[in-house]
Design a protein around this ligand. Structure first.
Ligand SMILES: *Cc1c(COP(=O)(O)O)cnc(C)c1O
Length: 386
C-alpha cells in the first residue's frame, strides 16, 4: 500500500532522551548497580526489602524444585497449583475480605476487573490521577466513563448526582503511585452507599506501608471487607515478589473466577511466584517490617523539614520532589548519582505536564544513616550548594 510505513519506520512518538536505557542490576533490597556503578537505591517499590529475604528466596527455590518453573497453561485449563489457593486464603484472611483471586499482575487485575464489571449501562467514576492500569481498564467499559479532579469528593458527588445508571462504580487508587497521597476511602464508601454504587480501590502501594501490620489504606480506615468495596493489590511491590490479587465477597470472587478474561486467557503464574509471595507475607508480619518502614518515613520527613525540602504532603514511603521541567528532574537525578544515590526522575506522560519530579521511595531495609545521607544530598542538589 503506498505511503504505508513498514516496521522499520513506523511512527512512535518517542523523544531521544526517553529512548535512553541503562543497565540496572539489584544487589540487595537497597543496593543497585547502574551503568556499572554501585548505588544506594531509593527508586524501588520493594518497600520492605523482601525480594532478597532468604526465606522468600528459599520458598521460591523449593517451589521450582518441586513443581518446575513455568505453570504450563491457564488456571482454567490446567487447574490450580495448591499454592495459589494457599496465597488466596492468606491474603483474604489478612486483608479482611471473604475471598481473594490471584492473577498474573496488577495491570492484568485492574484491566480484567473493570472489563468484567462494566457492561452496557455501567458508569465508571474515576479519579483523574488513577494508575494507567485503571485508566486502560476503563477504556474497555461498554457504558460511560466520568472523571473527577484528583481527590475531589464534591466533584465526585456532583457527577454521581447527575448520572443515574443501573450500575455505578467509583474507581480510585488507594495510595497514589506518583504523589504518595491517599484516597479518602471513608468518603468514597459513604458516597457509594448514598448513590448505590460500588468502589474499586487499587491499593498497590498501601499494602505493607499503611494501616495495622501494613494491611493497607482500607484497613487503616476500618472499612476492609465492606460489602460495597472491591480491592486490588500487587505482590510485586512491598511483598517483593510478583503477581496480584482481587479481594471481595465470595460471590464476587467466584463470579470473577469464571469471567475474568485476563486470568482465563493468560498462563498462570509460575508456582514459585505465589510461593514467594506467601513467604513474604509471613516474614513481613513476623518481623514487623511495616512498622520499621513507617519509622523510616517519619525520620525522612523530620530531616527533610529541617532542610526545608519542598515536599508534597505524603505519609507514605513515596516522597515526590516536584521540580517542574524534565531537564531539572533529570539533572537532579544525575547529580544524586554522584553522591552514590539512585533516585529516578519521573517525567510526563507518567505525571502531568510541568510536574517532572524525583520520586523518592523509602524501604524498611534502609538504615537511619542511609536516610541522613539521602536528605543531605537532596538538600545540596536542590539548594545548589556544593
Ligand atoms: C504498580 C501498580 C500496578 C500494577 O501492578 P503490577 O503487579 O506491577 O502489574 C497497579 N496499580 C498501581 C497503583 C500500581 O502502582
Amino acid at each position: 500500500m503506498p505511503g504505508m510505513p513498514d516496521s522499520r519506520n513506523w511512527f512512535f512518538p518517542v523523544t531521544p532522551s526517553r529512548r535512553r536505557t541503562f543497565l540496572h542490576g539489584r544487589k540487595s533490597g537497597i543496593r543497585v548497580m547502574v551503568d556499572g556503578v554501585g548505588l544506594l537505591n531509593f527508586s524501588s517499590n520493594d518497600y520492605l526489602g523482601l525480594s532478597f529475604h532468604p526465606e522468600v528466596q528459599s520458598a521460591a527455590t523449593r517451589a521450582i524444585q518441586g513443581h518446575g518453573f513455568g505453570s504450563g497453561a491457564s488456571r482454567l485449563v490446567s487447574g490450580d497449583d495448591p499454592v495459589l489457593h494457599d496465597l488466596e486464603a492468606a491474603l483474604a484472611c489478612w486483608k479482611g475480605y471473604e475471598a481473594a483471586l490471584v492473577i498474573g499482575s496488577g495491570m492484568l487485575a485492574n484491566i480484567g476487573l473493570l472489563d468484567a464489571l462494566s457492561g452496557r449501562g455501567t458508569h465508571l467514576f474515576c479519579d483523574k490521577l488513577n494508575h494507567a492500569s485503571l485508566v486502560d481498564g476503563a477504556r474497555l467499559c461498554r457504558g460511560a466513563v466520568h472523571r473527577y479532579a484528583h481527590l475531589d469528593m464534591t466533584g465526585l458527588e456532583r457527577l454521581l448526582g447527575r448520572y443515574h445508571a443501573l450500575r455505578r462504580i467509583i474507581v480510585s487508587d488507594g495510595v497514589f503511585s506518583m504523589d504518595g497521597d491517599c484516597a479518602n476511602i471513608c468518603a468514597l464508601i459513604q458516597l457509594a452507599e448514598a448513590h448505590d454504587a460500588l468502589v474499586v480501590l487499587d491499593d498497590a502501594h498501601g499494602l505493607g506501608t499503611l494501616g495495622p501490620d501494613g494491611r493497607g489504606l482500607a484497613a487503616e480506615a476500618g472499612v476492609q471487607g465492606h460489602a460495597r468495596l472491591i480491592e486490588t493489590g500487587t505482590c510485586g511491590k512491598a511483598l517483593g515478589a510478583y503477581g496480584a490479587f482481587i479481594l471481595g465477597s465470595s460471590e464476587m470472587i467466584e463470579g470473577l473466577r469464571q469471567c475474568l478474561r485476563t486470568m482465563i486467557y493468560s498462563t498462570a503464574l509460575p508456582p514459585s511466584v505465589p510461593a514467594a509471595a506467601l513467604a513474604a507475607l509471613k516474614v513481613a508480619r513476623e518481623e514487623g517490617l511495616p512498622r520499621r518502614l513507617q519509622d523510616r518515613v517519619q525520620r525522612f520527613l523530620q530531616l527533610a523539614r529541617q532542610q526545608g525540602l519542598p515536599l508534597v504532603v505524603s505519609r507514605t514511603p513515596i516522597q515526590p520532589l516536584i521540580l517542574g521541567s524534565d531537564e531539572a528532574a533529570l539533572r537532579a537525578s544525575f547529580r544524586l548519582r554522584e553522591y552514590g544515590l539512585f533516585v529516578s526522575a519521573i517525567r510526563p506522560p507518567t505525571v502531568p505536564e510541568g510536574t517532572a519530579r524525583l520520586r523518592i521511595t523509602l524501604s524498611a531495609a534502609h538504615e537511619g544513616k542511609d536516610i541522613e545521607r539521602l536528605v543531605e544530598a537532596l538538600a545540596r542538589t536542590i539548594h545548589g550548594s556544593p
